[in-house]
Ligand binder design. Structure first.
Ligand code: FAD
Ligand code: SF4
Length: 518
């Protein structure tokens, strides 16, 4: 009898992106509770993930499990290659429930629609009671954005951002006004990095993950990208995440905003925080990230301009929360949106970086090497080209969902399908983010040494972005010409000589037909 009493009868599942040690679940040790974490094929195989992403999540999960055990929690950890691993949530859960005579199941709200649906269905099948908890991570609930925009004409991020600042009293005065009298400093944050400027090197780790790497290599899991498993650069514990955060606020924040949109072949993360994996896995919370930045600014207001701080805070309490709200508002329909009806394949060199276009070579190359590219590289280089090339948004999503260490569908698909590919027809972005070479040259140092000529629109070595750009507007005039934010481009296009137009369209046609050779 005694023995039965001591055995846990409640099972709590922790997903790989729910590594929030501050969650109220862990405040007390309850001998009735058995925690479970599992490495399973249904999670490694739904897309081709970057090897660093798989390693990062598994390593962080293993460390998290150790931390729980050390604190006295009862825990079952199912490793990828464990003999009893049935490789799916449902099968493993049923097995554990049987083995431990579990009478009640609990989990935290998944951030992905597919898992949300899967767990609802699993709970219906388990024949024991179940309960779902909040993850205690975000500033807003799943439905808060939907309520906020209910009855409004558009879904402008800026409006939601103001609401979040007011609600959480972030950088606000006592009259609920922005502390400096101004909401947004974006206009100051669009500088190209000077060519001789040497940016602070990113703070990286040398984690030895060779054991997990060997385990993965013994399976037939398909991964992309490269890694040095004995020098894994990303944080895999909360303590390491806090070090990255500290490094960011002290070394990078003073120039974060200024060079936020800048791109260079010499530095792969410039003054960006590289905190997205730490936050998306929930090892650290957006609240502590924002607070740390504000505290640092308060200590050094002369060194950290308000534009740097506001730009950073907006990314987190604005864009990040906004994307999550838009995801829950629009899924599952969002997954199939394709406003332009794009059907082309993603060029082969997205998987290798082997293209003569410098901007793409560097943006893809660093993505394969570090599982990272910063926002403007994702939006205005790889995303821009994919859209100009008429790529099927399904293909674009698969690529973005796999290649980045921070890629989880709620924040990947809203950025990719919405912001970058305009597949939602303008819910997230008010106009498609496309550009010719002139924007890329304005913000980067890629063009100077490129095989292609940024100034040429047609003819030998003409930069492909130039003709594809006009081809894009021409093709989609029925859908775009009435958009007030791009009417100007149509005026220029309409005024162009017919011969010039057909030269551009022929050049674009040639590039599209030979896209894998670019
Ligand atoms: P920083 O530039 O230092 O910004 C700080 C933090 O702000 C980020 O860590 C992130 O949490 C948040 N943030 C900034 N921009 C956004 C945004 N647009 N949406 C949501 N959060 C934002 N971000 C992901 O976390 N996962 C993804 O899978 C992802 N896919 C993207 C795909 C495309 C096509 C685009 C254009 C953007 C994508 N982003 C994604 C958003 C953004 O590019 C990354 O969050 C950022 O580059 C991560 O690097 P960082 O931590 O150095 O960010
Ligand atoms: Fe990219 Fe064109 Fe510039 Fe080359 S010239 S780096 S292809 S924008």
């Amino acid at each position: 009898m005694d023995k039965i009493k001591k055995a846990p009868n409640v099972l709590r599942l922790i997903l790989g992106d729910q590594l929030n040690i501050k969650h109220s679940w862990f405040k007390t040790v309850d001998k009735n509770v058995l925690y479970v974490l599992m490495e399973i094929r249904s999670e490694t195989d739904y897309v081709w993930h970057h090897i660093q992403k798989v390693l990062g999540f598994f390593a962080a999960m293993r460390h998290f499990a150790e931390e729980l055990k050390v604190s006295g929690h009862q825990l079952k950890y199912i490793h990828l290659s464990d003999e009893g691993n049935l490789q799916s949530f449902e099968k493993n859960l049923i097995q554990i429930i049987r083995d431990y005579n579990i009478t009640h199941f609990e989990y935290q709200l998944p951030d992905e629609y597919r898992l949300d649906e899967e767990f609802k269905s699993i709970c219906n099948k388990l024949l024991i009671s179940s309960k779902v908890y909040d993850t205690e991570h975000f500033f807003s609930t799943r439905t808060e954005l939907a309520n906020f925009f209910d009855g409004k004409k558009n879904y402008l991020m800026e409006n939601f951002y103001h609401y979040m600042r007011k609600k959480h009293h972030i950088l606000m005065d006592n009259d609920s006004q922005p502390v400096t009298g101004k909401w947004n400093y974006d206009i100051e944050n669009r500088k190209k990095i000077p060519s001789k400027h040497v940016a602070t090197s990113p703070y990286i780790f040398e984690n030895d993950l060779s054991d997990i790497y060997e385990e993965i290599k013994k399976t037939d899991i398909v991964t992309i990208g490269t890694v040095n498993p004995t020098n894994f650069i990303w944080p895999i514990t909360r303590a390491q995440c806090l070090k990255v955060l500290k490094f960011f606020i002290t070394e990078c924040l003073p120039l974060f905003g200024t060079y936020q949109d800048s791109m260079t072949p010499n530095d792969w993360s410039l003054y960006h925080s590289r905190i997205s994996f730490a936050m998306n896995s929930k090892m650290i919370s957006p609240l502590e990230v924002v607070n740390a930045a504000i505290e640092e600014w308060k200590k050094h207001p002369d060194e950290i301009g308000f534009n740097q701080l506001e730009g950073f805070v907006r990314q987190i309490i604005g864009w990040r929360e906004y994307m999550r709200g838009m995801y829950w508002l629009n899924m599952p329909d969002f997954e199939t949106t394709n406003f332009f009806n794009n059907k082309n394949k993603l060029p082969d060199w997205y998987w290798t970086g082997k293209t003569k276009m410098n901007c793409l070579k560097y943006a893809i190359g660093q993505s394969l090497n570090f599982a990272y590219a910063h926002h403007i590289q994702r939006l205005m280089v790889t995303g821009n080209f994919a859209l100009l090339a008429g790529t099927d948004p399904d293909e674009v999503d698969q690529w973005y969902l796999g290649i980045y260490i921070d890629a989880i569908q709620w924040v990947e698909i809203t950025n990719t399908r919405g912001m970058s590919q305009f597949a939602d027809g303008g819910m997230i972005g008010t106009k498609p983010y496309v550009s010719s070479a002139s924007y890329i040259n304005k913000m980067s140092h890629y063009c100077g040494t490129c095989y292609y000529d940024k100034d040429k629109k047609t003819g030998d070595k003409a930069c492909p972005f130039n003709s594809l750009y006009w081809n894009f507007y021409d093709q989609h005039s029925a859908k775009l010409s009435k958009n007030p934010r791009i009417g100007m481009m149509y005026k220029i296009w309409d005024k162009m000589q017919p011969e010039k137009k057909s030269e551009l369209l022929n050049q674009a046609k040639y590039y599209l037909e030979n896209i894998n050779d670019l």
